[in-house]
Structure formats: C-alpha cells, structure tokens
Design a protein around this ligand. Structure first.
Ligand code: PA5
Length: 451
C-alpha cells in the first residue's frame, strides 16, 4: 500500500524546516501527554487506540445487522447531528457514486442511506418523507447524549411513520440505536422497546467516533468494507505513534497550522478538486472547529470544492484579506480514464487537449492554483491520497484526529470538549417553552424583539 503523504514544500515562503525543528521539544512533551493521558480532556482519548482496541463482538454484530437491513430495507435513515452523522456521510460520499442518491434500486442493489436529524427544516423532513414514500426502510438513530433535540424530533416523526407502516412490534425490529451504554433517553427507550443497540464508548467524543458503530453501521449498510477502514486506521495509528517531527506527518501538519496561526492566518480552507471529498471536508470542519474554537482562540475551518469555487470565492482567496491558508486534498490516481475527444472544427479551441484525460486538466488546475494562491500570500499544504478507497478513508480519519489533538494542545485548549455548543440550545429551549428555562425566556425575547 502506498502511503498518504503530507507535503508542505509549497509553503516554504512562509515557513521552513528550521521553524518546524523549533517545535521538537514541545511535540515530544505533547505526544507524551497525549499517550500517557495526562492533558486536558484526558477522559476522551479512547479514539487513540480504537483501530486495534475496539469491541470485536460488536463489530461482528454491525455486519450481521447490516445484512439484515440490506435484506429488508431499500433505505436506511440515519438520524444524528454533528459527530453522530458526519463521519458516515463523509465515507459514503467519498466511496460511492457521486450521484448515488439519484440511482434507483434496480441498478443499485445497495440500500440507500439518507440522513435526517441534522437540521430542523420542515421542508427537508417533508421532502424526505415523500422520498421514502412506500419504500421499505429502517432507522439508525445515533446520539451519544441521547437527548439532542434535532435528532430526537426527527426520530419521533420517523418512528411514528415506521410504526404506522409495520406495526409497533415489527417497527421495533427496524430500529437500530447507537448511544451511551447505560444512560440517556435513547438508551431508556431502547431498553423499554427492545431496540437493537450499539455503544458509543464513554471515552470517545462525537467527532472522534466515526470508527465506532456511529460511522461503521451506516457505512457497512451502504456496502463498504469496514475491515479495510479499520486496517487503514490501524496502519495510521502505528505509523503516527511517533514523536519524531520529521517522521510523523500528522504532527508536521499540526505544526504548520500553528505556525500559520501565529503569522495571522486564522482561516483554514480545506480544498478539494474532487466532489467525492466534499463531506470529508465537512467532517474536517467539525473536527477542527469544535476542537479548537474556544477561549477566543482557534483557526476558523472552511471548505471549498474546485473548480466550482474558483469561480465564486477564488477571487477572494487570490486577492482578498490575507488571513487564510489552504489544506488541499490531492488524489494521485482517480482510477478512471475519461479522454477529451478530438474535434475537426476546433471551434472551441480545445484541440491542444486532444487525447488528454479530464484528470490531466484537473491536476494542472490544482498545480496552477496552488502556485497562484501561494504567490498571492495563501500558503498551501497538500495531503496526497494515493487513491480513493476504504483503507485510505480509515487512514485519513486517524491522521486528522491525531493532528487535531496535537494542534489543539499546541494552541493550549482542550480539543475534546465543546462547551460553546450549549449556548444556542439553551436559548432555543427557553423560546420553545421547555420546562426549566422560564427565566431565560424573557431575557432572550427582549433581545430578539428589541423591546
Ligand atoms: O463532537 C461532538 O461531540 C458533537 O458534535 C456531537 O457529536 C453532536 O453535538 C451530537 O451530539 P449527540 O451525539 O449527543 O446527539
């Protein structure tokens, strides 16, 4: 297997190897802190050894349940928000057809995965109900706390539909719950109704949970090889358990981010030239945004798909405020060939590309853009992925988790909590009359309506 490579050569106008070397001692210190579990958020480090230290019985049960779901459901509705859905969505987006949701089941035997519970849009839910229509479906509801409002509302709505369709008892055999092993509303409901349950380990936070049943069940149902994912993650775990900054590329990436941050680069743009990586970029946004954005610190994570966004925000990137750096995903072998045809008339002037692959142009676009943006004051870091498959998905997940933990510690924050997420929830509860939030309601209403 070729390795995923991290390349920071294009940033040599902004940093050099000597700058990295200055982090040597600090990296060793943080590496030990991480592996000896002595730093902030130390109770959430279960992800560190997850690729080898996971529940093998549960892993087998994921495969068994996937087979059942595939045999009795055209659709698996995955209900969850944040870390409870983005990992699965990233994998399915990366590994499947770009248009998988449009391919009907006659030509695509795989059970389709649809996502709900990540917004409160009536349109979204109604459209999804319409889309499911008369088709057979099952639900995988995922929530570590078991109490998050968005997935709870979606679950209530779709559970009712499921129960009306199949009757309460048969519906209960189509509900798969991924939650805490002993507490929370979802766990209580599962115990009462006899739903099949999977556990989110106590020491694995939501955004670090894709390699648990949170991600693996939907990914397996979608038809992808979860053994290969774990193998990729395991190889990353072994390779990145190394405090030598010139060998550990996830730490090199974390150092570059920290240097850029100190140079005033407060926005990181995850850029992909492959739409199959769109949701992987979304997953990265959450991972870094929730892990680092606190105490008035942190790099703001954003994402862009090129060429699409070279024609929207490209102008800003090239010449706007010099506040960003880019982390570019480059896929070395897309494993497909699409040749640009020769045209006798050549009215579009494209015959200079005759016989070349579309991917040849895409690569030239990447290389040209990296140079243009770097020359324009936006340093580029490149993650080179040999090809798209389950193994590299698993590797990438672990690479970024390790980099994020290191980066958060270099910044001096706890990379494993997300206290700020609670603020909007409290206001929403108060405004929607949740018992216990009465005092807050008056105060918030004054602000909304500027009384
Ligand atoms: O990373 C996290 O912990 C969060 O993004 C959670 O995954 C998200 O808020 C959903 O929480 P829960 O799984 O408790 O419903």
């Amino acid at each position: 297997m070729k390795n995923i490579k991290f390349d920071y050569k294009n940033s040599f106008d902004f940093l050099n190897e000597d700058d990295l070397k200055k982090y040597d001692e600090k990296i060793k210190e943080v590496h030990n802190m991480l592996h000896n579990k002595t730093g902030k958020g130390k109770e959430f480090l279960g992800w560190l050894n997850l690729p080898s230290n996971f529940d093998k019985d549960e892993f087998d049960r994921i495969k068994i349940c996937s087979e059942k779901i595939k045999s009795d459901s055209e659709i698996l509705l995955v209900i969850g928000v944040g870390g409870s859905y983005l990992g699965a969505r990233a994998a399915i987006n990366m590994l499947g057809s770009t248009f998988q949701e449009c391919i009907d089941n006659k030509s695509n035997k795989n059970t389709k995965i649809y996502f709900a519970g990540n917004n409160l849009s009536t349109n979204y839910i109604c459209d999804l109900i319409e889309l499911i229509g008369e088709r057979d479906f099952s639900i995988n509801v995922i929530s570590k706390s078991g109490t998050t409002t968005e997935p709870a509302i979606a679950f209530r709505i779709f559970r009712e539909i499921l129960e009306k369709k199949y009757g309460k008892e048969n519906a209960s055999k189509r509900i798969y719950v991924t939650t805490d092993k002993e507490k929370g509303a979802l766990k209580n409901m599962s115990d009462k109704e006899g739903y099949e349950t999977f556990v989110i380990p106590d020491d694995v936070g939501g955004r670090y949970s894709v390699l648990t049943a949170v991600g693996l069940l939907p990914i397996c149902v979608a038809g992808y090889n979860i053994d290969d994912i774990m193998n990729g993650a395991n190889d990353a775990m072994l390779r990145l358990n190394n405090d030598d900054i010139f060998e550990n590329e996830s730490y090199q990436y974390a150092i570059c981010r920290n240097i850029f941050y100190k140079l005033g680069k407060s926005v990181e743009l995850f850029a992909t030239y492959e739409p199959k990586l769109n949701f992987f970029c979304e997953w990265c946004k959450q991972l870094f945004g929730e892990s680092e954005g606190k105490e008035g610190k942190g790099i703001f994570p954003a994402a862009a798909t090129y060429s699409t966004e070279l024609h929207s925000i490209g102008q800003y990137i090239q010449e706007g405020k010099r506040i960003m750096f880019e982390t570019v995903f480059e896929i070395e072998d897309i494993c497909k060939k699409l040749v640009i045809p020769y045209d006798e008339d050549n009215l579009d002037g494209l015959n200079y590309l005759d016989g070349k692959d579309v991917e040849f142009v895409n690569k030239k676009s990447l290389q040209g853009t990296v140079v243009a943006h770097t020359d324009g004051g936006v340093p580029n870091l490149i993650i080179k992925i040999p090809e798209i498959n389950e193994y590299y998905f698993g590797y990438l997940v672990y690479f970024f988790e390790k980099a994020c933990a290191m980066s958060g510690y270099l910044l001096g924050v706890n990379p494993f909590d997300q206290p700020g997420v609670e603020e909007y929830k409290k206001n929403m509860f108060a405004l929607s009359n949740k018992p216990g939030y009465e005092d807050r309601k008056e105060e918030i209403e004054k602000k909304i309506y500027r009384k």
